[in-house]
Design a protein. Sequence first.
Length: 416
Amino acid sequence: VKTILLVLDGLGDRPQLQLNGKTPLEAAYTPNLDALCQRAETGIMIPWRQGIPMGTEAAHFLLLGYDMSDFPGRGIVNALSRGFHLMEDAVYLATSWAWVEERDGLFICERWTKDLSRSEIQSLSSVLPGFIEDFHFNWEYSVGPHGILTLTGDRVSHSISDSDPFYEASYVMEVEAFDTDTIEAKATAEALNHYLRKCYQVLKDHPINKERIQFSKQPANFLLTKWAGKNITLPNFESMHGMTSCIIGSSLLLYGLARLLEMDYISCENFGEGIKKALQVKADFVLLHTKEPDEAAHTKNPDNKVHALEEIDKKLAPLLEQKDLLLIVTGDHTTPSSGSMIHSGEPVPIMFVGENVRVDSIKEFGERSCTQGSIRMQGADLMPMVLNFTDRALFYNFRPGSRKIGFIPSNIKKLL
Ligand SMILES: [Zn+2]
């Protein structure tokens, strides 16, 4: 039996005044989601732990059956998503071109400098320093105002904090050793601070920035850094779960995740095409991802999210006709469409449709309706549940080979 996990990114939300106290999902007209819900076992899922706002990449890492302690950092997922072939001992950071002003520290006027052309970025990046002591720095373009900074050197460590303050109206932060006091982490943090100061010195008077200021454009006089990550070797998805797999989506981040876990990736133009491909593709496990609900929520207008969900619902009709399919619909985290939070830590609704599920009495797919359903789970429970519903789950503590697995293996080592 094939499994399709449909992740509506940032699906969960909070009650919205503008929607008479309903969430966007509750307020949206979603006849197809509701029809699926009536055939489903429903409930709520805590992406990781109660109250913890999760990023897309970490939430998906858990959903796909990996342990948070093995998460290599978003810098790695970003680097993979831009097609990098990762070096063994390098540290990768996500960067953004920013506009800062000296006001008792470096005040951030704009975290992502607007209207910065590719050729301007090219010129600016060519003056960045390459070395600080025995640390080597290499900056490469990725997308928009973003790039990847690669650090190498004998003493390099990924246990360092972010210089990007992430939230609005703030200052560039000093990079510090993070959650550790090793000499390597301290030395890396110090070298990176030194590098960032040097970057600012060469960028602030760069002709391109002078010209931009002259034409009332935002200068790009700082390189903000975050999400340091180090390449680690993880067991791939198939060896973890005994299923062939494919991610279908239109987001670079998901492509990076597919590369990290050695899952196939199919890029799709729009969600309707994604549904079609999810049904066509030959894989035991398909993750179909759409980022529209999350993006709509980030506009901080609940009506936009209602609209995004209604548009998604219109494309779901083909799923209602399927047999021999385990279909799961959920979100990776909550993205409130009002207020100051980027993501928030509430659970998300989830439903399972398929032959072996214990259909419950819930008729509408929504955050509060699904709390009346039968399932209480965490993101990490998803893959064991998939294996169970599709009759692949291994009897606990049975040992068919040299390592602990959760699925019935298709190959065994014969005694000869
Ligand atoms: Zn997300």
